[in-house]
Design a protein around this ligand. Structure first.
Ligand SMILES: NC(=O)c1ccc[n+]([C@@H]2O[C@H](COP(=O)([O-])OP(=O)(O)OC[C@H]3O[C@@H](n4cnc5c(N)ncnc54)[C@H](O)[C@@H]3O)[C@@H](O)[C@H]2O)c1
Length: 338
């Protein structure tokens, strides 16, 4: 067997640990050689748990280590662009969590550095790797549903994040709906032409006071003629609500929520099943593992990664258009943003 890909994990928080687990237990062709986190206790705990030989407080030290082949950027979003640039300059392949950065200027700078260095950059749009969404995409690509005409995405979180997070998140469109903008492109097979979003605060007035919204409906018009809707909310009392439907000239494909079991309980009052898996860590466990497996496989095979920096940029541009649409109460063309 060839030498495993030596990966450095940058950021040992929530999502960093998910990816550490995948590499430790599921990917034989890669090894975590080092982990960095400004929170040294977090880096050391992660190193101990996943038997990573080196823990550091300094991502740049690992990025510039000649023994490292690739980095996983799982630090907070405001740090992504600088780490992408540094890793590209050092000739390292990169997996970076979404969103790529907080501004289009930073994203463009980071993507230019990646292009110049000729390294690969995969963005953490994990939902593409979910078996349900992948099957919906297959139905579109194979022609099983004919020519797609409409696309509906329901994407609601079980509960809002802490207010401190809301304040630095970039807002619902950039932080949360960005996944849906990516899935919309993935399922429609087309770029978005125009965005018309309506949004409000229906969950928590404090979110509004922090300058954000918690409820939104976004209408998308795609270049191939497909019309799409995305329905987002920061709170669904019954858990994580993640459904899509693509409707076409020859049929439709729908995907429902994923439940912890398939049991149905019937009694004198109702027929019911347990609530859907509660949030992204449970619902997308398999998708998170699969995206990392495919990143490593692509790098080892010298093949293009399945989701690249331009995908990260395109979803971000749709988020900016949605923000502007809400602010100016009008449809916004994508061409107005880039
Ligand atoms: N794809 C997904 O579904 C998904 C899910 C959750 C988070 N994310 C993204 O992943 C990123 C991290 O989110 P999280 O929830 O794991 O956050 P987190 O706060 O749990 O973890 C971030 C970690 O990065 C560390 N860090 C921050 N700045 C650093 C720096 N300059 N150098 C080294 N370490 C630094 C922090 O100490 C922390 O341990 C965010 O960009 C977020 O948007 C993506």
């Amino acid at each position: 067997m060839s030498t495993p890909l030596n990966i450095a994990l940058l950021g040992a928080g929530r999502i960093g640990q998910v990816h550490a687990r995948t590499i430790a237990y599921r990917v034989a062709s890669a090894r975590l050689a080092a982990v960095a986190d400004v929170n040294t206790a977090a880096a050391e705990a992660c190193a101990a748990q996943y038997r990573i030989p080196k823990a550091s407080a300094d991502p740049l030290q690992l990025i510039n280590d000649p023994g490292i082949d690739a980095v996983l950027i799982c630090t907070t979003t405001d740090t992504h662009a600088n780490f992408i640039e540094a890793a590209a300059r050092a000739g390292k392949h990169i997996f970076c969590e979404k969103p790529v950065a907080m501004t289009l200027a930073e994203i463009d700078r980071a993507l230019a550095a990646v292009d110049k260095a000729g390294v690969q950059l995969q963005i953490g749009f994990n939902r593409r790797f979910d078996a349900n969404f992948a099957r919906a995409r297959q139905a579109v690509v194979s022609g099983e549903i004919g020519k797609p005409a409409m696309l509906h995405i329901i994407s609601r979180d079980p509960a809002p994040p802490p207010l401190a997070y809301v304040k630095i998140s970039g807002g619902l469109f950039i932080d949360m709906a960005i996944h849906d903008f990516d899935i919309a492109r993935f399922l429609s097979g087309s770029e978005v032409d125009e965005v018309y979003a309506h949004a409000d605060v229906t969950v928590d007035p404090a979110i509004g006071e922090a300058g954000d919204i918690d409820t939104a409906v976004t209408l998308l018009r795609f270049k191939n003629g497909v019309i799409g809707t995305i329905d987002n909310c920061r709170r669904a009392s019954y858990g994580y609500d993640q459904r899509v439907e693509v409707f076409g000239s020859a049929g439709a494909i729908q995907t429902g929520n994923v439940h912890p079991n398939v049991a149905t309980l019937s009694d004198g009052a109702s027929v019911r099943q347990d609530l859907p898996l509660n949030f992204f860590m449970q619902r997308y466990t398999e998708a998170y593992a699969s995206e990392i497996e495919q990143f490593v496989a692509a790098i080892n095979a010298k093949q293009p990664v399945p989701v690249n920096g331009q995908d990260g940029r395109a979803a971000f541009v749709i988020a900016l258009a949605a923000q502007r649409s809400v602010a100016e109460r009008r449809p916004v063309r994508i061409s107005e943003i880039q």
